[in-house]
Structures are given as C-alpha cells and as structure tokens.
Design a protein around this ligand. Structure first.
Ligand code: ADP
Length: 356
C-alpha cells in the first residue's frame, strides 16, 4: 500500500511517501517540504497549490493519505477515516487550536479536491492522551468551565509519545501492556508523558502546549496570577502577554540568547551565567516531572528521551538523570529513541485502510 503522510503547518507542508508491504515493513519512496506558503511574494499562494506540487513530485498512484491533525477534542480517541462529519469536527476544534487545525484542514480539503477517490485518515496529536483519567485532566477551576468551554488538560505530542513507547517495548522485548514508561519529548516544544501499560495516564502539556516544561520559547508552568501582574506592570494587552509567554520565554527568555539548546550549551561552557541558568531551570523542571510520574506510576521500567534535544544531546540527558533514581530499589532503564511521527501516522493510516 502506498501512503502519503502530510503535516500542514501555517506556511509549510512536510510530506513523506511510504510503501508499506506489511506491519513493520515500510520503505520511504519520497519526502520533502514545501515552504513559504501564502507569504508575501511567494508563488505558492495556498496549501492547495502546495499539495499540487507535492503530487506532481510523487507522480505515482497513492492508496491513502494520512494527516497530522493537532486537536481532536474529546471526540477523537483514535485515528479515523475522514468523512464530512470528521471535517466538521476538525473545524469545530479549531476553537482550541486556532493556529493549527485550520491549516491541517486546508491540507485535507486540498487532497479531497485533487484526489477525490483516495481515502484520507486523520491522526490527532491529542488522541493518545484521551485515556488520562478525569482527576488528572481537570483543573481546579469552576466545573462549568469544563462543561461550557471544554477547559481541561488535552495534552499534545501524542503521536510521538505513542511511537517511542511502542519502540521502547520492542527494544525491551516486553509487551507494552506490561510496561510502566515515562516518555520525554524534548524538542523546541517539550512534554513528558506517563504511560502505564500502554495508556497515557498523565502528560505535562495542558489545554494548550504552553503548560508544563520550560521549552525553547514557551514558559511552561507559572503562577497564573503573574499574567495580570505582568500585564499591569508592562502595560500590555492579552495578545502581547500571549506572545511573550509563547514566543519570548523559556530557554530564549532566560538566556537572552536563543531558543536553540546547541547555542545555549556552547555559551554555558564558556561561562555565560544566564545560559547556564537557563539549562539548570530546564533540567530541574524535567527532573520534577519525571519524579512526579515515577511517583504516580509507582516505579518505571524505562525513561525515554526523544526529539531534537532528547535524541541528539546526551550531555543534557546525562544531567537530567544524574542522581535522579538513586533512591529507587529498581532503577529505570534510560532509552534514547529517535521519534518518527510520520512513520507512526503512515502505520496508523495503513492499519485503518486495511481494515476498511
Ligand atoms: P521541533 O520541536 O521544532 O520539531 P526539534 O525537535 O528539532 O524541533 O528540537 C529543537 C531543539 O533540538 C533545539 O534546541 C536544538 O538545539 C536541538 N537539536 C535539534 N537537532 C539537533 C542536533 N542534530 N544536535 C543537537 N541538538 C539538536
């Protein structure tokens, strides 16, 4: 089966084209990225034109298309074949992911026009976390906010966490249903998930990807009272504070240098105080989450590190794990596993289309 995997961002489309003979027998036939979509002076005015270019590049029949979709609300607990109802639902959940879902949808609608006979599958970033129990996904806010506005923890990076825990089970030669795992996705965006017997039971990102760890440019957990306080002190609007918390904080905000851990690490080695502080804050927050999840899981078989920092910067992983497990009778294994969200989407698309 030939499966095209599409990840539509605000101004880009990443794609990978797979030939899948059977489960775990996959080959990449083509991959790439179309950038600058809709930007001033760009010839690629929209996602439809971008997808047309991708299909010309591939130029062989496609059996199915798998899409990364960021938000599936509480409705989508698994990947689904895209129907008119699913399209309406993805549009509806744009209220939770206004920057992402409309772009994901643009890709789906473009494929629908260009390849009307081909089945499409939506794989949601939030779906893997739908097993989190209610006491872990509720905030300490009036209950009616949950009922009226859907305010709760949703979690993100689900496809990546699901992929690396499956790979961990393979490496450990044990079924996922018998393992307690902690998955640390440390890229520009960072999140940690506790996975008990194959199911996500808690994750650090929340209603949006802003909560939890200190990230490249996102602040992660802060005292919510700081938001009106900073707004008042700096005389800034809701849009401005949102921009600061999402784009000017985290590693970039503390170090004053960059959101790129490679640069910060190099500067810290040269003795830059704020670069070292940014790394210390980043690592301390990760240690806190891992320790909390070891607590709720009552031990862990392995702690997995993945994404840009997790899979490429062993010094950071070493600093996180140093002395962290000394108090445990059974210390978890440390696994570094490269994530592959596109392959996970291809596998899930293949399984669904084979069934249908
Ligand atoms: P995104 O979350 O945007 O997909 P990445 O997963 O690539 O981004 O993560 C970006 C972070 O990972 C940066 O802090 C960067 O320093 C680090 N990183 C990415 N690639 C490498 C690499 N090859 N070697 C070392 N660090 C890397």
């Amino acid at each position: 089966m030939k499966i095209l995997v599409i990840n539509c961002g605000s101004s880009s489309i990443k794609y990978k084209f797979f030939k899948i003979k059977k489960r775990l027998d996959e080959e990449i036939l083509n991959s790439g990225i179309i950038e600058h979509i809709g930007e001033k002076d760009s010839l690629i005015k929209n996602h439809y034109i971008g997808l047309k270019i991708i299909l010309e590049r591939i130029n062989i029949p496609i059996d199915g298309v798998g899409h990364r979709v960021v938000h599936g609300g509480e409705e989508f607990k698994k990947p689904v074949i895209i129907t008119e109802r699913v399209i309406r639902a993805i549009k509806n959940y744009s209220r939770f992911a206004p920057l992402h879902n409309p772009k994901n949808l643009a890709g789906i609608l473009a494929v629908k026009r260009l390849l009307p006979q081909v089945k499409q599958v939506a794989v949601f970033d939030t779906a893997f976390h739908q097993t989190i129990p209610q006491y872990a996904y509720m905030y300490g806010l009036p209950y009616r906010y949950y009922e009226s506005y859907g305010i709760r923890r949703y979690g993100f990076h689900g496809t990546s966490h699901a992929y690396v825990v499956a790979e961990a089970a393979r490496l450990l030669k044990k079924p996922l249903s018998k393992l307690k795992l902690i998955s640390c996705h440390l890229g520009n965006g960072c999140s940690i998930t506790a996975v008990k017997y194959g199911k996500s039971i808690d994750t650090s990102m929340g209603f949006t990807p802003l909560e939890g760890l200190v990230m490249g440019t996102r602040c992660g957990d802060i005292d919510p009272a700081l938001i009106p306080y900073i707004m008042q002190k700096e005389k800034i609007s809701f849009l401005q504070i949102d921009e600061i918390l999402n784009k000017e904080s985290g590693l970039k905000g503390i170090s004053g240098l960059s959101n790129d851990m490679r640069i910060i690490f190099k500067e810290s080695k040269k003795g830059n105080f704020l670069a070292k502080l940014a790394i210390d804050v980043f690592i301390y927050r990760i240690k806190k989450y891992i320790s909390a999840y070891i607590g709720i899981l009552k031990g862990a078989d392995a702690v997995i590190f993945t994404a840009g920092i997790g899979q490429n910067q062993p010094e950071i992983v070493r600093m996180i794990c140093k002395d962290l497990f000394l108090h445990l009778n059974k210390r978890p294994k440390i696994l570094i596993i490269p994530t592959d969200e596109e392959l996970m989407i291809a596998r899930q698309t293949y399984e669904l289309l084979k069934k249908s």
